[in-house]
Write a protein that binds this ligand. Structure first.
Ligand code: SF4
Ligand code: FE
Length: 492
């Protein structure tokens, strides 16, 4: 059973009994809870896409382990074409959902661990890679959704993990025995955690000697005893408990559902442990995962921008302003900003390379540049959308007023734009724009896949400023024109 439908994915989640809390209470059935259901619907699209005859080329890949068709979200990239197809698939899913479909994080964790466990075995003589391949084959065969669990709470950022006043602020191994390990700590901001099958845990930073107990990677089911998930709040989330129209995108939400995932002395058997004490390879694992996730953002966010540009254009049409030249200019600007992000994601994929493990990996410099651009371009796209949409998106009466027998006709009368367009259509589009440009969704573009400073650090590391200096010295006549230039054809 290599490929699941969206419905089968939802059915498989029902077999799990994770400990999920929201608003101070345990949610016994997270899948059907109105706070969580839109995220389930959204992730289900990553499954249904494999059954869409027009897009199965993007959504289905051939497992390099078994030769069987598998969902691309469980695939290890075997070529630059695979990397490019990933970006195209994410844009398509962004267009269909207007939200975060969450499954990319685990996809990136699988690829980062595949590459890094291979290197650990080569360098250290360990046997993590074969262990990881067995886990991967099981994930592929059962079409599982994994969480890529990286971000630790981190406590005082000026102190190393072992120097924290509370050592649990970085997830760590508290016990090792012949059967496995016991881990304690937490992972923050875990996208899709409450509706995934497996947590794929990695260290959060490059570790130094002395921090061995924090250098740990493993997989465990979301309902393993000791795993506690506290669901995060989002802007306007209680609208989900009230009705439909005010949500803007009731079926898929606006951003991935995030949770604080706590590991309260969780036992993990050795066959699911992929790093335990090897501080030497923590930095590489973090960098791989981060760059693979930053590759995505010119894919999914461009898909979302396509929806937002479409909504903004529609509202301008309903308002009767579509003919104005400044409106067209701003729509063009939005397209330019969005396609520039897409170009970055395609470029870092096309420039990807084969690693010694056989897996293909993106150009890290271009991936980080792409994500850093997302922290700017998406804000500018959103600013233009709000400019064109007008104050309506911030002052609309509620759905209850719209549907009220006495107030409804008045609201509809005064919400009318173009006389041929029902007032409710204008209301719906305005709510969609509000949903896509507000609070949590926007912050996700800033900090999702790592904050701007994290990208800058990786850009500096890979920018090859010394080579750029040599280029300038030659042309300024400070060094001879025929002086050798380091890596003359690329940055890398
Ligand atoms: Fe995927 Fe984008 Fe969501 Fe990250 S933000 S999980 S890349 S849809
Ligand atoms: Fe994200």
């Amino acid at each position: 059973m290599a490929l699941k439908t969206g419905q089968e994915y939802v059915a498989s989640l029902r077999e799990l009994k994770p400990q999920v809390y929201a608003f101070g209470k345990r949610i016994e059935n997270p899948i059907d809870h109105p706070l969580i259901r839109p995220h389930v619907n959204c992730a289900a699209q990553t499954y249904d896409l494999a059954f869409d005859p027009h897009h199965s080329r993007l959504a289905i890949a051939k497992s390099h382990l078994t030769g069987k068709p598998i969902n691309r979200f469980t695939h290890i990239h075997q070529s630059t074409e695979d990397l490019i197809n990933k970006v195209k698939m994410l844009r398509l899913l962004g267009q269909r959902t207007g939200s975060c479909f969450q499954r990319c994080v685990g996809f990136d964790a699988l690829n980062a661990l595949y590459i890094t466990t291979f290197e650990m075995d080569q360098d250290l003589g360990t046997s993590y890679h074969s262990r990881f391949r067995r886990f991967l084959e099981w994930v592929q065969d059962n079409d599982l959704m994994c969480v890529g669990a990286m971000t630790d709470p981190k406590g005082d950022r000026s102190l190393a993990p072992s120097q924290q006043a509370d050592p649990d602020l970085y997830l760590r191994v508290v016990e090792k025995n012949t059967d496995g390990i016991v881990v304690r700590g937490a992972k923050m901001h875990q996208t899709g955690a409450v509706n995934a099958h497996q947590l794929l845990v990695m260290p959060t930073i490059g570790m130094r000697p002395g921090d061995e107990s924090f250098a740990v990677s493993f997989a465990t089911a979301t309902d393993t005893p000791g795993v506690v998930m506290i669901f995060g709040r989002q802007t306007n989330d209680t609208r989900r408990l009230e009705g439909t129209l005010d949500q803007g995108n009731a079926h898929f939400g606006s951003v991935g559902g995030e949770a604080l995932v706590i590991f309260d002395d969780v036992f993990v058997p050795w066959d699911r442990v992929f790093m335990c004490g090897e501080t030497t390879h923590t930095g590489a694992l973090v960098e791989r995962f981060a760059s693979l996730h930053r590759q995505n953002y010119g894919g999914c966010k461009t898909g979302l921008a396509d929806v937002l540009i479409g909504a903004t254009r529609t509202l301008a049409e309903y308002n009767g302003t579509l003919g104005a030249s400044h409106v067209k200019d701003k729509l063009v600007e939005m397209v330019h900003l969005a396609e520039s992000l897409y170009a970055g994601s395609l470029a870092c994929s096309a420039e990807g390379r084969r690693t010694p493990s056989g897996a293909y990996y993106v150009d890290g410099l271009l991936a980080n540049v792409t994500k850093l651009n997302v922290t700017r371009n998406v804000y500018e796209i959103v600013r233009l959308a709000q400019d064109l949409a007008g104050g309506l998106i911030a002052t609309l009466p509620s759905e209850q007023d719209l549907q009220d027998p006495k107030l409804g006709p008045l609201v509809r009368k005064y919400l009318k734009g173009n006389a041929s367009v029902p007032a409710e259509d204008r209301y719906r589009i305005a709510r969609l724009i509000e949903n896509m440009t507000g609070g949590t969704a926007l912050v996700e573009s800033m900090h999702g896949a790592g904050s701007p400073q994290a990208e800058r650090i990786m850009i500096l590391r890979q920018a090859n400023l010394d080579q750029k200096k040599q280029l300038a010295l030659r042309l300024a006549g400070i060094t001879p024109l025929d002086a050798p230039i380091e890596s003359p054809h690329s940055n890398h």
